[in-house]
Design a protein around this ligand. Sequence first.
Ligand code: ACM
Length: 763
Amino acid sequence: MLMRLRFILLFLLTPFVLFAQDLIPKPVSFEKREGTFRLNSSTVVLNESASEEVKSIAESMRLRIASTTHLNPELVKVARRNFISFSINSELAAEAYTIHIDNEKAELKGGSGRSLFYAYQTLLQLFEDQIYNSEASYGFRLTLPACDIFDQPRFGYRGSMLDVGRHLMPVSFIKKYIDLLAMYKFNQFHWHLTEDQGWRIEIKKYPKLTEVGAYRKESMVGHYSDQKFDGKQYGGFYTQEEVKEIVAYAASKYINVIPEIEMPGHAQAALASYPELGCTGGPYEVRTLWGVSENVYCPYETTFTFLQDVLTEVMELFPSEYIHIGGDECPKTTWEESEFCQNLIKSEGLGDEHGLQSYFISRIDSFLTSKGRKLIGWDEILEGGLSPNATVMSWRGTEGGIEAARQKHDVIMSPNSYYYLDYYQGDPATEPLAIGGNLPLEKVYSYEPFTDELTEDQQQYILGVQGNLWTEYIATPEKAEYMLFPRLLAVAETGWSPQGEKDYENFVSRVQGHFGKLLMRNVNFSRSIWNLESEVTGNPGQGLTLWLNTVVENPVIRYNLGEELPDGNSPVYDPEKGIKIEKGTMIRAALFDKDNKPYGNVFTTTLKVNKATGKTYEYRSKPTRYTGGSTYALTDGKVGVLNNNNTWVGLNGDDLDLTLDLGEITEINELIIGFLHAPGSWIMYPKNLQISTSEDGEKFRDYPVYDLTVPEGASAAGQSMMNLNGVKARYLKIKAENYGSLPEGHAGAGKPAWLFVDEIEVN
Ligand code: ACM
């Protein structure tokens, strides 16, 4: 069993550096010029336009300056110099804007009010961080660098989703979130309002949805795999007045709010409120477990009436053309057992339950279309055919989106493999609890929506990108901010900036420039980009070398071998030599600033050194996706960690089948191999282990097949040990038989299981 290390945050202050060019998302073009525009007591904000929209943006600028400095500029109709001006230039495309700054003025022009607002957001980023303060700082003057900017977005859809079903967030936070979306030029806020674990929007015609459906009797504590509960009632909802307030607030920031009302699955809270909408008739309770419920809407006529009534109230509250109806993760078990459903499948000629799901979505699609709206659903809505009007949101990787574009459906890319911002952004040992996964900033930034798998014509169906924040493990605004920032900035840049210009090093330097701005806005952003990354290389016969990497330029890293935290007197890491490890030990390291004080998370790893460490092996079936990191992941001394899939070697459907070369004839007493048991992630413990040994690599001695015992618990890292009684051998053939197809009742029944392995130890 692997121990979870304490979350240690040593030190939060850092030397924030400001570069005027720290714009995120990066504009289409930015030309720096000589000079600076210094605002002073005679600076004015100029609005020559009669438009209320332009006036309102100019007024925002005036207020920002007045509330953060001792200056108090007037809003004027005429000015010759020393001004910041806002105007519409009808020669620009609606989404495009320009900014010109010289020693005397800053001129912002937009093709529309919307793009002028984007110009304003860019201008704010060009000021000192103080412009984002919530209070005035006296004696402080603002300056702007002379430059010329032309800019416009790459994609028309730049979204961010918040799940309030699992955990509710206060209206004040939703507004702050919208402000931050506006700062980074997002234009869509996808609000996930209904879930198995809670219904969060007031519906006047069906009051029990919030009287009953908004409250669950308790919540899970710790990870799902711990199966523990807190015994405390949890709940709440947004009134229609609050919803209107949020929609109007977002509109004032040029952000459209897309409501999501889930169907036919993720509906248990609705069924708890109105059990007659489920196939079994209940009783149901608002779900307390995370994960997917089998209790889904039954496709009765009364269910469609209910959903249309709900959607009618929702459409009155949300002017959004898009209405999201979920459509994901709908288990078919209750439909299979329902006589009503089976008769409906026959009478409508639907074939099977997947046809029934398609029928369900099509009926809702027709309804929304008849009201002049457009349906969005998660990529499962593709199954069984889809009406041409529907837009697909690709979440199970990118495949759903690619398939949808081929079928000429509009697509929004929000693949879990890049954009699920509830996944870990650093080593789980130093991160607060998350659902799992591994999505450091660099991975999020690396996503490119266009792919060779689509023709140029097909690519045009990709409307844009979206980051998603699911909140099973995110109960507070502070933690939501921690998970969103800075990773949402990477989504923003992919959605906005021109294709093919990504440069992670440049981006990560701009991100650090934004930390000061986010501090001013009281955002609890993550510093995990400063985490030290490690790599281990083997020195045959001489243990291991540990290498440390960081995004910080010219870093000073100090380390200790053992449990003690590094301090100002600990040895300094030498990037030329790495750290030589001759016997098993814990290693702890940290970054140190100019005052020789540590900052960021403490890096901790434990390396094992044994007869297999640093030795090579050859696979007969090579892992492709989960390679465990380094070339010798199975013998690199680093042991796979529960809840961090990237620390394991994974084989999809294949057996583990390799030959380990110990380099010379070696006495082997004990062979230990670690495997992962995590059925919820489709990772199954292997069935058995077959070992053969050889001195020469030709003649092998087979040992009896060794049946493996699955470790206890919903998920666990297990170790299987075999006694080889001091046999002398150089080669070890190791074969672990994959579990095979996932069993009946599993969400992926019939699909191949993953086999996860790490580490191989020989003693
Ligand atoms: C999803 O994550 N089930 C859309």
